[in-house]
Structures are given as C-alpha cells and as structure tokens.
Design a protein around this ligand. Structure first.
Ligand SMILES: Cc1cc2nc3c(=O)[nH]c(=O)nc-3n(C[C@H](O)[C@H](O)[C@H](O)COP(=O)(O)OP(=O)(O)OC[C@H]3O[C@@H](n4cnc5c(N)ncnc54)[C@H](O)[C@@H]3O)c2cc1C
Length: 416
C-alpha cells in the first residue's frame, strides 16, 4: 500500500501532524517504537504543559498556542485528565485521547516499530524500513515527516544537522522524571528552604552526586503525589546507544539518592514512597536538522514575527547547564510572543520531506525555548497541513503558498 504521508514518531508533534493531514482526507501511517502515542509527554513523564499563554491588552492570560493543542486540552478535561490549573495532566488519559483521535481520523498506527532505514531517489524520500515483531518491513508514501525528536529519519537519509551547542556539541542534560506518593505536600512547601539548604550542603560534602542546583518539583494530578523533574545527567551523548544506556542507569541512581535523602531528612517525606520513575530518560536536545532557516536566540528574545510563521511561543530560553549546575533563563515579555517560521521545518535535500517537533532547524539556545509540548504540538499540526496542501498540487514542500497554509490553519483555530 502506498500512503499519502508517513510520519515517523508518535510523540505530540507526530500525532498532530498525522491528524492534521488525515482530517484533510489523506491516508496516513504513523510508526512509533513504543506501544503508545504521546512521546516524551508519556514515556518520559514530562509534565506540566509549559507556558502557552501571554497577556492581552486587558491583562488577561490568552492562549498563544491554538489548534489541536487546545482540542487535546478539552478532551483531557472532559475525561478528568487535566487539573484546574490547566497545565497539569494525566498522561494515562493523554494516551487514551490520542488513541481516540487517531482512530477517529482513520490513521494507521504501527507500534513497536523502530525506524531503521530510508530509501531515496534523487531529491525524494520514497520508503522507510522499520524493524518490529514481523521482521523488517518497508512502507512507501508520497510525503514523509520526521517527528522522532532526534531527527532519526533525516539522519538516515543523510541530511545535514548539528548536535547541541556550537562550541562542543554538548546537549542540555538528560533527566529522568519520577514521582513520590504519600507526601505531606503542605509541610514540604513550608520547609522548602530548609530542605534545599541541606540538599546543597550534602552536594558540597559529596553525599549527593546529582549536579542540579536545586530540587525541581511540580504539582501532580493525584493529591499527596509530588512530581520531580530533578535528576541531571550531563556530558552524555543521547545519540550514542552505550552512553544513553549508561545515562538511564546513572539517572535511576540519582532517583534513589534523592528519594532516600528526602525520606530521611525532609519534613513531609517521612512516609513517602517511590511509585514511579519514567520508563525512559528524557532527552531535551539532540540533533537539529538543517532547514531553510535556522532559528536563533535573537529571534526568540526579540519576539520576531515571521511572515511564514506556523506557531507562536511564549516560553522563554531555558538552558539546563550541559556541564553541571545552573540554569540559564530568559523570560519573554508577559504581553508578547515569538513565532516559528515554516522554513525551519523545510529540508534542504528532500522536496517531499518535513522535520517537525523539537529537532527542527535552530541553534542550541533557541531550541531550549520552542521545545515545549504546546509549541511542538503546533509545529506538528502545521507540518501535516503543509503536506496536505503540497499533495493537492503535487508540489515540493518548500513551494507551498504560505497564505493558503495560513487560511487552512485559520479553519482549525491555529495561531501563528
Ligand atoms: C526532562 C524533560 C523535561 C521537560 N519538561 C517539559 C515541561 O515541563 N513542559 C513542556 O511543555 N515540555 C517539557 N519538555 C519538552 C517536551 O517534553 C518535548 O520537547 C516535546 O514533548 C517533544 O515532542 P516531539 O513530538 O517533538 O518529540 P517526542 O515527544 O520525543 O516524540 C518522538 C517520538 O518518536 C519516537 N521515536 C524516536 N525515534 C524513533 C525511531 N527511530 N523509530 C520509531 N519511533 C521513534 C519516540 O518513541 C517518541 O514517541 C521536557 C523535556 C524533557 C526531556
């Protein structure tokens, strides 16, 4: 069977790309190496949705990320999978919502299928190969989208890319998120400063090996459960299988170290239990695939409004130190937003291929801002619509009329 579009990677950007093309009646296949959709938001227990709003003229928060992202929020809420704060979500419900959506739009989803090869002819990608329980299978399509987060499809097709920061290719640290239950949350918050001071003292004394400067926690949908985004694995390459494996094990040591420290020394944690660490360590950054435009820190900080914008963003620069302690942050003006140009998803080598999600064309610094779930959702949705337009007239993805893309995005309440 020949698909109109194959999307590699079923994270938030890949699912949205698939839905956006399928709702225009395109025949779409998503291949995904895990057994569910949602990517990091599920697999790496990433939570909550980072800032997706800015203030309007009357000072009220209004969404800057629209389209499918807001539809997914509504569905999460309908099913009791979203807290009143509208950012903390239940990833179990997210899995179900994404299954429902892909079923409604008749999208073929192939789980447990790892992308291992790509076929190309001239300036077109023609097929992909995936390894799964059935063996090595080949799937063909007219257009392809890489939503693997790591740019695996682009890499296998020989596309130019860079990794991490320019000077030494170091990426932001990897983090394994985890959760503790049975916490007296009020007592914890009252004693935060005292707990932090002891944590830092233990770091200085070498009793805590985690280099993160503080303990980063978030609210969880379940009362008495605290979500931790606080382990930090530095100077390991997420694209090297051995280093990635070592990172998983080192991160689990950090999980247990922090849990043990809190249980023993922190008010509110005496009766706590380690109920879950993420099935997979979270990779913030790896390959960024060279596109027709490279997004820079200046674009983000100056809140540039591109004519070919496909998403807005209100989340600022947020670089967890690739070397150890510290986090560099630059906040976006509360009333403003930046935009992401379509050209950052358009590939230089292949005319029927887009890259979306966290691995589009940008610098290390800029990536630290747009990599969040709401923006990756928008990028995926725009990529799916762009392919649909290209298919209609058999155009190269770089040749589509941006005004037509914007009109199509208007139909689905996308913001750009
Ligand atoms: C530790 C950490 C904390 C974060 N905190 C937040 C936060 O609080 N809020 C927020 O909004 N964002 C946060 N982010 C960022 C955000 O989670 C991700 O950048 C975003 O979800 C990326 O979406 P994506 O669809 O581009 O990629 P992903 O979610 O990574 O999806 C890629 C998908 O492709 C699949 N895949 C990869 N390679 C292959 C292959 N070869 N074959 C088949 N399938 C493949 C993967 O299994 C995955 O499902 C955080 C990220 C990390 C790592």
């Amino acid at each position: 069977m020949n698909y109109d579009l194959i999307v590699a990677g079923g994270g938030i950007s890949g699912v949205n790309a698939a839905i956006a093309a399928a709702r225009e009646k395109r025949k779409v296949l998503v291949i995904e190496c895990s057994g569910f959709l949602g990517g990091s938001a599920v697999n790496c227990l990433v939570n909550p949705f980072m800032r997706y709003w800015s203030k309007n003229e009357s000072g009220q928060n209004t969404a800057v990320n629209g389209g499918l992202f807001l539809q997914i929020l509504d569905r999460l809420e309908e099913k009791g999978g979203l807290l009143e704060n509208k950012v903390t979500f239940n990833e179990e419900i997210l899995k179900i919502v994404l299954d429902e959506l892909t079923e409604e739009y008749h999208i073929d989803v192939l789980f447990h299928s790892y992308l291992v090869g790509v076929g190309t002819e001239n300036e077109r990608i023609t097929e992909i190969r995936v390894a799964n329980k059935s063996g090595v299978e080949t799937y063909r399509a007219d257009y392809f989208i890489d939503a693997t987060g790591d740019g695996d499809l682009a890499y296998l097709a020989g596309c130019p890319y860079h990794v991490g920061r320019k000077e030494d290719e170091c990426c932001q640290p990897m983090t394994m998120c985890f959760r503790l239950s049975n916490v007296d949350v009020e007592t914890f918050h009252k004693n935060r400063e005292k707990i932090l001071a002891l944590y830092q003292q233990y770091q200085r004394e070498g009793k805590i090996t985690n280099p993160r400067e503080n303990i980063l926690t978030f609210e969880h949908i379940e009362k008495g459960v605290v979500h931790f985004n606080s382990t930090r694995i530095v100077r390991k390459n997420p694209l090297n299988a051995r280093e990635l494996s070592a990172a998983e094990q080192e991160a689990r040591k950090q999980v247990f170290e922090l849990y043990s420290f809190l249980k023993k020394h922190a008010d509110g944690f005496q009766n706590s239990n380690l109920i879950m660490s993420a099935p997979q360590i979270g990779v913030r950054e790896s390959r960024m695939i060279e596109g027709m435009y490279e997004i820079t820190a200046e674009d983000i900080m100056q809140c540039r409004k591109f004519e070919d914008s496909v998403s807005r963003g209100a989340y600022g620069i947020d670089i967890h130190n690739p070397d150890g302690s510290g986090t560099v942050q630059y906040h976006i003006d509360d009333h403003d937003f930046y935009t992401i140009p379509y050209r950052a998803m358009v590939n230089r080598l292949y005319s029927n291929f887009l890259v979306t999600g966290r691995c589009i064309s940008s610098t290390h610094e800029a990536q630290s801002a747009y990599r969040i779930i709401p923006i990756c959702s928008n990028l995926g949705e725009a990529a799916g619509m762009a392919v649909s337009l290209a298919l209609q007239e058999q155009l190269k993805v770089g040749e589509i009329d941006i005004n037509r893309l914007h009109r199509l995005m208007d139909n689905y309440h996308c913001l750009y």
